[in-house]
Design a protein around this ligand. Sequence first.
Ligand code: ZN
Ligand code: ZN
Length: 374
Amino acid sequence: MSESAPVPDSSALPAERQEKLPASDQVTEVAPGIYRLQLPINLPGLGHVNCYALEDGDGFTVVDPGLPDPASADALEHRMAQIGAPVSRIHTVFVTHSHPDHFGGAGRLRIGNQADIVAHEHFSTLLTRFDDDRELELRRRDDGFDPHAFFDALMGDGEIPELPTRFSPWGGTVPFPTRDEIMWMRGWDELTRRGLVENEPNVRVADAEVIVLGGREWVGVHTPGHTGDHLCLFDPADGILLSGDHVLPTITPHISGMTQSTDSLADFFAALHKVADLDGVRLILPAHGHPFTDLSERVDAIERHHEDRLDELVRIGIELSEASVIEFSHRLFHERSWGAMAESETYAHLEHLRLAGRARSRRDGGTLRYAIEG
Ligand SMILES: [Zn+2]
Ligand SMILES: [Zn+2]
């Protein structure tokens, strides 16, 4: 679960990070028929996730209904009650991307309410138990993880088997749910446990595709980088952008080196320009922090931040001459942020430099080592 959060960046951030604020129980109508419900999370740098409830004549669509634990489900129920709606009125869930603070509550609503789950066409989570065996086989080959074995461990009450170690492309290991985490999840009610794995979307949206949610026509804007399957939604009529984790008000999203793409950072830059080029954006509704209005200012600041990080890596590389991704990450991030996420982001930046001809890499045993060119 720990690979989910945007890594709070180590430099040049405003002292007050609104994404870190604890979830307020105040529900606000941020646009006609769109309510902001803050759900509690406790992840590095994040104190809440915004779940937006979009009202239509039949009930509600919720966007990113929080973590998959019972506390989040309770919070959702209480916040919905404040707008006079029982959770049973939720007929659709839109998930911006495959991180647990976003998709976590979706499966529960799919099972409990027969809600549709809407997400990008490539949406996939590590834990999703696909109905389609072919896809499952592909995933097994990819990372050695077997969602069926995880499901059995989660639903059972016997000894928890050792789950396989997942190796990263740069030669580190990426944490799976640990035995302790599975033990903790076993304390959840059955619906919540099933919801964690039974969350396959039944409506998949492609880039530029139009979908009606909450009585509005939204255009899907595929925005890979933070994850490969990140999808923003844009309502051109009112200029509203549901930005997920792609553009946040005061922190920069984590860039994942673990996507199918060879250059996640290049994808992210392109996706930043893509949203900046949308015509007539007047209100940005992010997944963490407060709604804001100046998109181009945030896009510029986030892009500048990553350019600075690339420059910093070049400086570090000149000093170290040749080093592993883990060594680079220990220089780039504060010690409190060290680990798989920091390594994944460092790897994405180093690969971006390599593909631009500014670095080279070689394998030393299982470990990838980088040197700066020139
Ligand atoms: Zn995320
Ligand atoms: Zn998030």
